[in-house]
Ligand binder design. Structure first.
Ligand SMILES: Cc1ncc(COP(=O)(O)O)c(C=O)c1O
Length: 382
């Protein structure tokens, strides 16, 4: 057994350092209890909160001092600051990061004839034109559940076209893949066996808090062959044996958060059947809203609903006037703080988006939101 030599009389530079005060376990316990209470209180009273924050951009900067506190701030003050915290076009950004010239990106126009999903014939024509012009088609990204309108690209047909040019096919199913845990939505992924990669984000619709995105690749070696590093200081028996998958070889950085744990906890605590019911309830509520819109002939559904997003608008004659009326309706509804509509442009027309997705939404919330939209529209039309 070893022993530590007595330090009698030895004064080192270490002794002259001011003491470091780590958190003590009683404080940690008390802080964590307060944090859980804060989240539970918020969850319980969320219905009474306005959908729009009452703070303006820059609010937090004014609340915080010009520099961080030198001495510890009481936990209750730190919690108060948390209350005000606030928070896409990622594909084009990723292409730029990968070094592709934006002049070489192609967006294939879509229309009502394909329910706003990509037409494989148009994709083929665009790829052929590029190849004829001496360019090398490299990567195709199809989307299942577009951000704008939840349109679905036919991924099997897209993959067949892409295979003619030997390009990588990625499927972005960030939102809609969650629905595919239910057998009745699984057909949206038909053809997935032909693609190279697919991503989904459980933080969008699978009750997992930000951020958690899963990337599935057909051949993980192609990732690790591009990103593997092998510095001496990271070698250990497990990595040398090749028995473990070292995730540092599938990403740019080395360190990595354990996001998979959150998803695992969600799957364990809810269970698959319950998660499927969560998706089905949201889709049923969205369908209910869609039926209400259909039943009022002042409105139209612009994109057929696939999941829990309804894209609708007030019908009026004259495109410009209709866009303005719809924008005003959105602004007036949002001003009430009782519901929150977003918008997009589909086929050159401004469209309102009604999204169902909160685990606390019930039928009565949908009915009251529709009532608010109807009442606001009637007031505007009068
Ligand atoms: C289809 C799709 N892909 C990618 C993203 C980007 O998601 P995030 O910002 O959560 O990474 C979104 C966001 O709405 C999306 O709908």
């Amino acid at each position: 057994m070893g022993s530590i030599p007595a330090r009698s009389g030895l004064v080192t530079a270490f002794d002259e350092l001011p003491p470091f005060h780590p958190l003590n376990d009683d404080d940690v316990r008390s802080y964590l209890h307060k944090a859980v209470d804060f989240i539970s209180d918020y969850y319980k009273s969320v219905e009474s909160m306005p959908v729009l924050p009452s703070v303006k951009p820059g609010y937090l900067r004014d609340e915080l001092g010009a520099s961080p506190p030198v001495h510890p701030a009481p936990f209750d003050i730190a919690m108060k600051e948390l209350r005000a915290s606030v928070t896409h076009s990622t594909f084009f950004k990723a292409c730029r990061l990968a070094g592709f010239d934006p002049a070489n990106f192609r967006s294939i126009p879509t229309g009502p004839e394909t329910d706003y999903g990509v037409d494989p014939v148009k994709l083929l024509a665009a790829m052929q034109a590029d190849a004829m012009a001496g360019l090398v088609p490299t990567y195709v990204c199809a989307t299942v559940g577009t951000t704008s309108s939840n349109a679905v690209d036919p991924i099997g047909d897209v993959a067949k076209v892409a295979a003619m040019f030997n390009v990588w096919v990625h499927v972005d199913a960030a939102y809609a893949d969650s629905a595919c845990i239910c057998p009745e939505f699984r057909h949206h992924l038909n053809g997935v066996e032909r693609v190279d990669s697919i991503s989904m984000s459980p933080h969008k619709w699978l009750l997992t808090c930000l951020d958690c995105t899963c990337l599935y690749v057909r051949d993980a070696r192609r990732l690790s062959q591009s990103l593997k590093t092998d510095p001496e200081y990271l070698k250990n028996d497990a990595s040398v044996s090749g028995d473990v998958t070292d995730l540092k070889d599938m990403q740019v950085g080395v360190g990595r958060r354990f996001r998979g744990l959150k998803l695992w906890m969600v799957m364990r605590t809810y269970g698959t059947a319950n998660l499927q019911e969560h998706i089905r309830r949201d889709v049923t509520l969205a369908k209910m809203f869609e039926d209400l819109v259909h039943a009022d002939d002042r409105f139209e559904i612009v994109v057929p609903r696939n999941f829990a997003l309804v894209c609708f608008r007030i019908k009026t004659t004259g495109v410009r006037a209709a866009d303005e009326v719809n924008r005003l309706l959105m602004a007036n509804v949002n001003k009430t703080g009782k519901a929150y509509l977003t918008h997009t442009v589909v086929g050159g027309r401004l469209v309102l988006r009604f999204a169902v997705g909160s685990s606390l939404q019930e039928e009565r919330h949908i009915l009251s939101a529709w009532e608010l939209i109807r009442k606001t529209s009637s007031e505007m039309m009068n």
